[in-house]
Design a protein around this ligand. Structure first.
Ligand SMILES: Cc1cc2nc3c(=O)[nH]c(=O)nc-3n(C[C@H](O)[C@H](O)[C@H](O)COP(=O)(O)OP(=O)(O)OC[C@H]3O[C@@H](n4cnc5c(N)ncnc54)[C@H](O)[C@@H]3O)c2cc1C
Length: 397
C-alpha cells in the first residue's frame, strides 16, 4: 500500500552538484523555516569529481579550494601563451567539500532525504507530485529537478566533452604550482574534433593531469590511457617517479540542442539538465553556482525559485556557430582558442565564456576568430534553423 506523500515547500530532485550548491546557498542566505526535501538514489559524499572554474577571489569558496592560480598557460605546437587572469583566478574545487557543505545545510534546514529514484513529476500548476515507481513520495510547492536527461530534441551539432584525468604524485618536484595549464593542444588531434591536455597542480609534486576531447563520441578505456601516457610523455614526466593516486573521468554534452529550463509551471531544471553546461566549452560550475545563488535569494525574499537562464540567447547562438565551425572542419580547434586568448585580454574571454559580457565585448571576441569559416558556419546554422522550423511547421499542420 502506498503511504501519503510528504508535503514540502521545495523538493530537490537529484542531489548532485547543482542541488548541493543550492543547499549551501540556502544556508548562506539564512533561509530558515522552509520545508525542503532531497530525492536521489545516491547520497553524494566524498570525492567523485573535481571542478575547475574561474572567479574573483575573496568569496565563500576561498577556504575550500584545493588550489588557485593567477596565471594559466595556453599551449600550441607553435607557442606557449602565459595569461595573467587578474582580477580573476582559475580555481580547483574537489567535490568533497561541496557535498560536506550541502550536508551541513541539510542538518541546519532539517531537510528530508528520500533515497529513491524519482520517476515522474506531476505538476498541476499549484503543487508537484513526485513519484518514485508507483509511490507518490512528496508533494512540493516547487521542484528543482537536476536529474540527468537528454535535451528536448537533438541539436545540429551533438558533441561531448569527454576526458580522463590522473592525480599524479611525483617523488621529485616536477610541477609549477604557480601556474595551471588551461589547454595544451600539442596532443595528437582527432580526425573530427579537438583534443588537449591540461595540468592543475596542487603543489610541485602533486597535480591533476587530464586528457580531454571535444568530439562526437567517447574513447575506449585503453584509448584514454594511451592518450594520457602520450600526454605524460609530452610533459617530460618520468613514469618511474610517478604514482597514479586517483583516476577521474566523465563526459559532458557540448551541443546546441535545447534544454528545457522550466518545463512546467512549478518545475525548474538546474545543472546540466537545465542548460547550465556551456555548449562551446563544457564548463558548468559557474552557471550552477550563479543560479544556486539566485534561487536562494529568491526564496529568502519569498519569491518563486526561478533563476535567470544560464546563458543569454545570443551566447547560445554564438556557441552554435562556433561548434558548427569546429565540427564541419572550417576552423581548427587549437587555432580557434589560441587566437581567442591572443587577441583579447584573458579576463574578457573568461567572462565571455561565463555569459556575462556586454554585446560590444562579444563583438570584439567574435571578431578575433577567422572570419570566412565563421561566416560560412553562421550561414549554415541559419539555413538549418530555417529548415527545421519549416519541417516543424509542416508537421504541426
Ligand atoms: C568527472 C567530472 C568532472 C567535471 N569537471 C567540471 C569542471 O572542472 N568544471 C565545470 O564547470 N564542470 C565540470 N563538470 C560538469 C558539471 O559541473 C558536473 O557534471 C556537475 O556535477 C553537474 O551537476 P548536476 O547537478 O547537473 O549533475 P550531477 O552532479 O551529476 O547530479 C545529478 C544527480 O541526479 C541523481 N539522479 C539520477 N537519476 C535520478 C532520479 N531518477 N531521481 C533522483 N535523482 C537522480 C544522480 O544520482 C546525481 O546525484 C564535470 C563533470 C564530471 C562528470
Amino acid at each position: 500500500m502506498n503511504s501519503a506523500p510528504v508535503d514540502v515547500d521545495l523538493a530537490l530532485v537529484g542531489g548532485g552538484g547543482a542541488a548541493s550548491l543550492v543547499l549551501a546557498a540556502l544556508n548562506r542566505h539564512g533561509v530558515r523555516g522552509l520545508r525542503v526535501a532531497v530525492v536521489d538514489p545516491v547520497h553524494r559524499r566524498g570525492q567523485d569529481r573535481t571542478w575547475a572554474f574561474w572567479d574573483r577571489p575573496g568569496n565563500d569558496l576561498d577556504p575550500v579550494l584545493s588550489a588557485s592560480w593567477r596565471q594559466v598557460e595556453v599551449v600550441t605546437a607553435e607557442r606557449r601563451q602565459v595569461l595573467d587572469l587578474a582580477p580573476l583566478r582559475y580555481a580547483m574545487l574537489r567535490s568533497g567539500p561541496v557535498y560536506d557543505r550541502a550536508a551541513e545545510a541539510e542538518r541546519r534546514l532539517g531537510v528530508t532525504r528520500v533515497v529513491a529514484a524519482a520517476d515522474a513529476l506531476d505538476d498541476d500548476g499549484e503543487r508537484v507530485l513526485v513519484r518514485a515507481g508507483d509511490a507518490p513520495v512528496l508533494r512540493a510547492s516547487w521542484v528543482l529537478d537536476s536529474r540527468p536527461r537528454p535535451p528536448r530534441r537533438p541539436g545540429r551539432t551533438n558533441w561531448l566533452q569527454h576526458f580522463r584525468g590522473w592525480w599524479l604524485a611525483s617523488d621529485t618536484p616536477v610541477f609549477d604550482a604557480d601556474r595551471a595549464v588551461l589547454m595544451d593542444f600539442r596532443t595528437p588531434q582527432p580526425a573530427r574534433g579537438v583534443s588537449f591536455g591540461y595540468v592543475l597542480p596542487v603543489s610541485d609534486r602533486y597535480a591533476l593531469v587530464e586528457y580531454t576531447e571535444f568530439s562526437p563520441a567517447p574513447l575506449t578505456d585503453a584509448g584514454y590511457d594511451a592518450a594520457l601516457v602520450g600526454y605524460r610523455d609530452l610533459l617530460g614526466l618520468d613514469p618511474a617517479r610517478l604514482t597514479v593516486r586517483e583516476v577521474e573521468d566523465g563526459a559532458i554534452p557540448m551541443t546546441d540542442a535545447p534544454f528545457d529550463a522550466h518545463p512546467s509551471p512549478r518545475v525548474v531544471r538546474l545543472g546540466t539538465a537545465g542548460g547550465a553546461t556551456r555548449p562551446s566549452t563544457g564548463f558548468t560550475f559557474s552557471a550552477m553556482r550563479r543560479q544556486a545563488d539566485q534561487v536562494a535569494r529568491a526564496l529568502a525574499a519569498g519569491r518563486p525559485p526561478v533563476p535567470a537562464p544560464a546563458y543569454p540567447r545570443r551566447h547560445l547562438w554564438m556557441d552554435a556557430v562556433a561548434l558548427r565551425a569546429l565540427d564541419r572542419g572550417g576552423v581548427s580547434g587549437p587555432d580557434f582558442f589560441d587566437r581567442l586568448f591572443d587577441r583579447n585580454p584573458a579576463e574578457r574571454v573568461l567572462r565571455f565564456l561565463d555569459g556575462v559580457t556586454s554585446p560590444a565585448e562579444e563583438l570584439a571576441v567574435m571578431s578575433s576568430t577567422r572570419l570566412s569559416p565563421m561566416v560560412a558556419a553562421t550561414a549554415g546554422d541559419a539555413a538549418d534553423r530555417l529548415r527545421a522550423r519549416l519541417v516543424r511547421g509542416q508537421r504541426s499542420r
